[in-house]
Design a protein around this ligand. Sequence first.
Ligand code: FMN
Length: 191
Amino acid sequence: MMKAQTAVEIHEVLANRRSPRSLDSTAVLSNQDLIAILEAARWAPSANNGQPWRFFVGIRNDEVFGQILDSLASFNQGWAHRSSALILIAGVHSREDGTPNKGFLYDCGLAVAQMVVETHHRGLVAHQMTGFDVAKAAENLGIDPSLTPVAVIAIGKQAPADLLQGAMLERETAPRERKALHDIVLKGLPN
Ligand SMILES: Cc1cc2nc3c(=O)[nH]c(=O)nc-3n(C[C@H](O)[C@H](O)[C@H](O)COP(=O)(O)O)c2cc1C
């Protein structure tokens, strides 16, 4: 695990987390872990406590897993088929009075962030994807038009990188990189 380089120590889950593609295709996600991951999402903050997130959970080899996998871009299918679960998050894009809920994507992102932290805290890995066909996912899963598919999260157990080949293998072992703090904090960064 290559730890993130930070100016000051941060939480170990945040420092060590990465989005691996080499996953153990025999690993089974326990119901305990799955429910904890969903609870972490449920307890995310949201504007007006609107909780505009809905989840479709597929467990490897079940029908929902196949329906989500089928909607992924082929690059993503190439590795995500080895995940233990594929979770699609869809957002409620309108308020009850029919006006648009402009913040639904922000709220869904927060729910996924919490899910990802809980997943890694449990010794598992999460890999988010927007590389999927939204219309195909909606059709495969019979998603109501009041919901917009936002992202798919692969949950699994990390496997040795050499399960992958070529560019995917290179990306798997490359150090994680980020812009410098002074490039993203435009005012007020302490010296
Ligand atoms: C919204 C979002 C969409 C992403 N979509 C994909 C994807 O379709 N396929 C993929 O392999 N990785 C995807 N990723 C993973 C990113 O490439 C990854 O988080 C980024 O390179 C940083 O690497 P790290 O998470 O290991 O720190 C996505 C990540 C996010 C947050």
